[in-house]
Design a protein around this ligand. Structure first.
Ligand SMILES: [Cu+2]
Length: 361
């Protein structure tokens, strides 16, 4: 009897030990960006409309399960130490180093030489932590700097709780992972997929409405967004003004920032491809310096000079980064007077597939 009971107990113990292994750690997929294409609205390459949101933004798993993030766009998955503040994207260079030696096409130094460099906070920009998230430290995917799409990022959640995370690049792009004890009923993957699809269809409807937009006369809008549904276009894409007229260039979005940047196409393309410049540090990973010529206006604030195709030697004029987020120091608009007849192309240096034209005369 005694022996048999002992065997039974051992058997139960072995069975208990086997439960996590045999049940397996389930993996749920969350998309950083749209979960798919709805009516051809999202997933253009590059996209004209996008979602700066996680789908599902609130996912529930069991203790020991995994969440796998599939990236649709340039985003991060960043868990702060739970209860602590979110990790910022851009911070003034902690060493206080200034921009230096940045000249225009005519060889004249830009005004922002001498300003403290803007750097990417390594806690957000570089991969942090291991393969598990338990809230005790910063854990994050970092930014993928390669040319290929960002590879998926998977974390295991060993402890019950609710874990908050965000994308450090896009304000308002936030999510949670709720971790429940095994045995507690949670949505199935099929139910999650239905919710993802419903969200996608609803966001696509919003994106279609946003695309049909004409700003007030004399205004060009970089993007036209609602919440985390964003448009990567200039509205209107081409504008006609008379010589001496002024245009107001504006960004109202909180999720996305843009620039209005004039100049030769090749010059702007080269500039936009050097958004972040890695500068070797004395020890550890390189300092990731945000390109000052993209971030700052081409001319000292608050007023841009009248536009002429000879500015800075090659017709370069940049508003610098504009956004509608009151928490950033960036302005939300700039004003430019067009002093000379001609047709002038501009792009957004953050999203260089956004093109616009101003025809003067
Ligand atoms: Cu993002």
């Amino acid at each position: 009897m005694g022996t048999r009971r002992c065997v039974a107990v051992v058997g139960a113990c072995v069975a208990a030990l086997l439960v996590p292994a045999t049940a397996g750690a389930a993996t749920k997929t969350v998309f950083a960006g749209p979960s798919g294409s709805a009516g051809g609205v999202f997933l253009g390459n590059p996209p004209t409309a996008d979602l700066d949101s996680f789908s599902l933004a609130h996912v529930t798993v069991h203790v020991g399960d995994n969440v796998r993030w599939v990236f649709r766009g340039l985003h991060t998955v960043t868990f702060p130490r739970q209860g602590r503040a979110d990790i910022p994207f851009i911070v003034p260079d902690p060493t206080g180093t200034k921009y230096t030696g940045i000249n225009d096409a005519a060889g004249a130094p830009f005004w922002f030489n001498g300003q403290t460099r803007l750097t990417l906070d390594p806690l957000g920009a570089l991969r942090q932590g291991g393969r598990t998230e338990d809230g005790t430290r910063v854990t994050g995917s970092g930014i993928f700097f390669g040319n290929a799409p960002t590879p998926p990022y998977t974390l295991t959640f060993p402890k019950q709780g609710v874990y908050r995370y965000d994308c450090v690049i896009h304000p308002g792009m936030e999510g949670t992972v709720r971790v429940e004890p095994r045995g507690v009923r949670i949505p199935t993957r099929a139910q999650d997929a239905v919710a993802q699809k419903r969200q996608l269809v609803s966001d696509a409807r919003i994106a279609r409405q946003l695309a049909n937009f004409t700003p007030p006369p004399g205004t060009v809008s970089g993007g036209h967004d609602r919440g985390q549904v964003v448009q990567f276009r200039f509205f209107p894409p081409s504008t006609h003004v008379n010589v001496g007229d002024t245009l107001r260039l504006t960004v109202t979005s909180r999720a996305e920032a843009h620039t209005f940047s004039f100049g030769p196409a090749g010059y702007l393309t080269r500039l936009s491809s050097a958004l972040v410049i890695p500068v070797p540090a004395r020890r550890g990973p390189p300092t990731l310096v945000f390109n000052g010529q993209i971030a700052f206006p081409s001319d000292p604030p608050p007023t841009l000079p009248p536009y002429r195709p000879t500015l800075h030697g090659n017709g370069f004029l940049n508003t610098g980064i504009l956004d509608g987020d009151p928490r950033t120091p960036n302005p939300s608009s700039a004003t430019v007077r067009f002093a000379q007849a001609g047709s002038y192309d501009y792009i957004c240096l953050l999203h260089p597939w956004m093109h616009g034209t101003v025809t003067v005369g």
